[in-house]
Design a protein around this ligand. Structure first.
Ligand code: NAP
Length: 545
């Protein structure tokens, strides 16, 4: 292999995507002294927090645990207004970070990458945008996200609708005026569940089209008081330690006990406490055996079902909102304020699609087996081509003719959830098998840190190419396949298995080993000579291990 010298590339590191992960990757690359550039498809930075700008889009991880923790100064300078911030505040924050660290000059927006081809002779990536601009880079970090390709449902007649149709994941920049409109929301995942209460008081009517009920629970949001703000800053180092080491990447206090340690009465009291806990604490602060002990989970589900029945006045609607096919936590639960309460409003309806499926969308509205309803606006809160969607659409071509869209046709194969054999010098933090069952940015930060440390090591040692060997990839994939059946996310009809996209193979797309396994495997590789054969230099020949 011959290798172009570093001054023959346009940049050392090319980052694709300026979302939460991409901004951090660019920051770290520049901080390490590399020349670096980011190509971003949107006209602004923010990634999912740029595109998902529907009313009431907000974090359901605590703002200060989702935001960056690499800089104490930044942690102090940005004062989050709420425990769970809304999209406009999040977008402002990410813009603040970009300017705070002087990254904007390195980011080109409105540049959608359509091709990324590895030049084996020169050991560089040639990356081309839709506009035809080409960048040659030694290293590529594709921070294109797992939830960046909105998925429209396979329903007849979508294009016939003459009103407004919007996907929550590709929301227009011009605010939509819902006042006095007849609205349909299709989908009751976190996006649809957040939108309903946000618009119910201004619309003429809103119908939520629900296929599968979910265990939605209250977000329990609160403003961040001055006392809380000071506490957060006084405890920055401890917070970083917890967020960087805990399996979930949250600050929530663990229950400290198994369900069997409490009496039946004490368990009900405990569930009341859990009901009022913030966001994901309903999973992370719950009994240790909540997701492994079927009996206690069923008991908690019955507690939640009673809550739903006590909130929703119409018993038929309440019953339709109660999940029957999965336990709590088996599917990613939404955490939303006033979701169930919305169904008590006289202008809100629930269409249970298992009973009355959609037949088609037409010019004026939606026809189900029950009849036709007219709408002014249809919102598709129908999710994303999760995990692989962006990467397989980007024209990624690696070594020996590897075409990612073909290679991953039966499901992704990777190492660490961010790299793959035959994709030298190409990383995709936050990609398939990237996140475990916790706070996304904390997992992605682990990955970006490992990637940058690896690139820095390559520079120090004079290596030009990093590529996980086939053997390393096999070890990682074997961990994924062995542990996937044990994941708490056991509902196979969810996007975590690619099940929401017709024709997509049913493969588990998270890291079921969580942070523990991620670190164990990465540490194992980086502690070996030459990273176990993953590095090559100009004078070596690449060999798939
Ligand atoms: P989602 O969780 O995939 O939910 C999609 C919804 O659309 C489901 O209710 C699904 O029903 C329904 N659906 C899909 N195809 C349909 C069809 N053909 N007919 C009828 N219904 C259909 O998508 P999401 O709500 O956008 O959330 C995706 C992910 O984004 C979440 O897991 C989360 O990670 C993230 N998110 C986070 C927040 C936050 O609070 N921070 C907010 C929004 C999203 P089935 O369940 O029956 O498939």
């Amino acid at each position: 292999m011959t290798v172009k010298s570093d001054n023959e590339v346009d940049v050392d590191v090319l980052v694709i995507g300026a979302g939460v992960v991409g901004i951090y990757a660019l920051y770290r690359a520049i901080d390490a002294g590399f020349t670096a550039r980011t190509l971003e498809a949107g006209d602004g930075v923010g990634g999912v927090w740029y595109w998902n700008r529907y009313p009431e889009a907000r974090f359901d991880s605590e703002s200060y645990t989702y935001g960056y923790i690499f800089s104490k100064e930044l942690f102090r300078e940005w004062r989050w207004r709420e425990e769970f911030a809304t999209q406009p505040e999040i977008e402002d924050y990410l813009n603040f970070v970009v300017d705070r660290f002087d990254l904007r000059k390195n980011i080109s927006t409105g540049q959608r990458v359509v091709s990324a081809v590895y030049d084996e002779t020169d050991a560089i990536w040639v990356v081309t945008t839709e506009a035809g601009e080409t960048t040659r880079a030694r290293w590529v970090i594709s921070a294109t996200g797992g939830l960046s390709v909105p998925h429209l449902p396979e329903i007849e007649g979508l294009d016939d609708f003459q009103g407004e149709g919007h996907h929550t994941g590709a929301w227009p920049h011009t605010p939509i005026d819902f006042t006095g409109k007849r609205v349909a929301i299709i989908g009751n995942g976190p996006s649809g569940a957040q939108l309903l209460p946000a618009i119910v008081d201004v619309v003429e009517s809103v119908d939520l089209y629900q296929r599968t009920p979910t265990w939605t629970t209250p977000l329990n949001n609160a403003p961040i008081t001055s006392e809380r703000y000071e506490w957060l800053h006084d405890n920055f180092e401890d917070i970083v330690t917890v967020l960087s080491t805990s399996p979930s990447g949250f600050l929530h206090e663990p229950a400290g006990k198994f369900s069997t340690e409490d009496s039946a009465e004490a368990r009900q009291e405990f569930y009341e406490k859990i009901w009022t806990s913030p966001g994901f604490a309903k999973l992370t602060s719950n009994y240790y055996d909540m997701t492994t002990n079927r009996d206690v989970n069923l008991e908690f589900c019955e507690f939640l079902a009673k809550k739903i029945r006590s909130i929703v006045k119409d018993p038929v609607t309440a019953d339709r909102l109660i999940p029957k096919d999965h336990l709590f936590g088996a599917k990613r639960p939404p955490f939303v304020t006033n979701y169930f309460e919305s169904f008590n409003k006289p202008n809100a309806g629930l269409i249970a699609l298992k009973e009355t499926p959609i037949v088609r969308v037409d010019a004026t509205g939606i026809e189900t087996t029950e009849g036709h309803r007219d709408y002014d606006i249809i919102v598709y809160a129908t999710g994303f081509d999760f995990g692989t969607g962006a990467l397989t659409r980007m024209g990624v071509k690696g070594r020996e003719g590897l075409d990612l869209s073909i290679d991953w046709a039966d499901g992704p194969s990777d190492f660490g959830g961010f790299s793959a054999n035959r994709l030298p010098n190409f990383f995709f933090p936050g990609g398939p098998h990237g996140a475990g069952g916790g706070n996304y940015p904390r997992y992605s930060q682990d990955q970006v840190d490992w990637i940058l440390d690896t690139i820095i090591y390559a520079r120090e040692q004079g290596y030009h190419s990093f590529e996980p060997t086939a053997a390393q990839e096999a070890i990682w994939m074997s961990m994924i396949e062995t542990l996937a059946p044990l994941s708490i996310f056991s509902v196979e009809h969810s996007h975590y298995y690619g099940a929401n996209v017709e024709g997509k193979p049913r493969k588990f797309l998270l890291n079921p080993g969580g942070r523990g396994k991620l670190h164990e495997i990465l540490d194992g590789v980086s502690s070996t000579e030459n990273y176990g054969g993953a590095f090559t230099s100009a004078h070596e020949t690449v060999a798939a291990g």
